[in-house]
Design a protein around this ligand. Structure first.
Ligand code: FES
Length: 85
């Protein structure tokens, strides 16, 4: 079985209050709609220690800052490009 690409959303209070609460649902929906359920591992984590540049989401080890409803689809499409067929 292939190693799953890890998507980690910061669920620390700052990121959660500033947008990750809704991004959680958006990312979950994106994974389902694009048939990525078996290719990614989606989980939440505690504060990354970078609240001032949040909301933060980590994909494949790379941290994306200032993630919003406006840029999340672009970020996911780029970070998961090779998994989207
Ligand atoms: S709450 Fe997300 S980095 Fe601190």
């Amino acid at each position: 079985m292939n190693h799953r690409r890890e998507i980690v959303i910061c669920l620390g209070s700052s990121c959660f209050a500033r947008g990750n609460k809704s991004l959680l649902k958006i990312i979950q929906r994106y994974i389902t709609q694009h048939g990525l359920t078996d290719k990614v591992a989606f989980k939440g984590d505690h504060c990354f220690g970078e609240c001032h540049i949040g909301p933060n989401v980590k994909i494949g080890g790379k941290v994306y800052n200032e993630v919003s409803e406006d840029n999340i689809h672009h970020i996911l499409a780029e970070a998961l490009q090779d998994l989207l067929k």
